[in-house]
Ligand binder design. Sequence first.
Ligand SMILES: Nc1ncnc2c1ncn2[C@@H]1O[C@H](COP(=O)(O)OP(=O)(O)OP(=O)(O)O)[C@@H](O)[C@H]1O
Ligand SMILES: [Mg+2]
Length: 367
Amino acid sequence: MTFSAEKPNMIEFRDVHKYYGDYHALRGINATIKAGEFFSLLGPSGCGKTTLLRTIAGFEDISSGVVLIDSKDMANVPANVRPTNMVFQSYAIFPHLTVEENVGFGLRKDPRSKDEKAKAVAEALEMVGLKGYGKRAAHALSGGQRQRVALARALILKPKVLLLDEPLSALDKKMREQMQVELIKLQRQVGITFILVTHDQEEALVMSDRIAVMFEGQIAQLADPETLYRRPASRKVADFIGTMNFAPAAVLSEDASGVEVDAQGFGRMTLSPDQVMGGATSEGNTIGLRPETLTILFDGQNATDREVFGTVEEVVYYGDMTYYDVRLDGAAEPLRLSMRNVPGRPVLDIGAKARLGWSPSAAVLFR
Ligand SMILES: Nc1ncnc2c1ncn2[C@@H]1O[C@H](COP(=O)(O)OP(=O)(O)OP(=O)(O)O)[C@@H](O)[C@H]1O
Ligand SMILES: [Mg+2]
């Protein structure tokens, strides 16, 4: 998942704004997407993901700013000559055509011979795992298979950039997870730039080299999945990506080596500068801790760093995991913890006293 910085830029947005009438849908987008990158646009409904994707494809004019593809300014470059191709939800294939007619659709005006085109279609079908399905009527396919046909139809045109707008959202959970893995493999195999729109944070984390998290027409943070998860730039991003526990914190002192805080329920700690984020809400400064960084300590177990005490308020058993809500002594809100279940270890009941292990090194401060 590491991505070398020397790769050339494939897409560049420079202060892109988009108005629909009075509505300011894109509010100053600045971002660079590298060649060969698997990039995702992630954000809640209505934040402008599809609009931004469509400005790359050329389906949407921008109100101001610049969109560059492969270092060329796309102003006045119509969609049909841009080196991009878009995959929509599964319904964009033609149900009355066969699979190979669907895939070959974009080659209608291609000057190659019939045999050469047939070979290209066969290759594209093999690439998406549909070898031998060419003569099948497209309507006689499952949702996942239709999605593969749509992919093959886009890939056969050999775009530099493949744009995918929530391509898996029509599939059920199992099929979606399977297609996620296949899409990652496919992207590695063909090596072209994939830009995926999704509002599913798990999907974005699993699939992407880097993710732009968008709220209200702006990019709130652009980073690799691990940075987004461990070092979210604001409380809002932290809340959108997975679950994070927040505890009110008072800043006691600070210098170049870090910030000393007193956090409700946790006490005093010093956080290094890389653990200090902006993006506090109007409620004030808070520390943030992910559920898996808090551990219930059972009899005989010692904390590797610090320990605190609390009471179990909720228990949700998931088979492999148990989720607990634990309220620390002196805290206003319970914390969410996730514990891997181990044979022989008890699951605590509601009302039980719990001893928790934690470490300031896993915390971030939003201020
Ligand atoms: N053609 C249009 N005319 C006016 N407003 C539009 C138009 N298209 C989109 N919008 C508005 O712009 C905003 C961004 O829309 P967009 O489709 O980019 O959101 P999105 O992030 O893709 O959301 P979703 O996850 O629901 O698909 C929304 O508030 C939407 O209502
Ligand atoms: Mg959309």
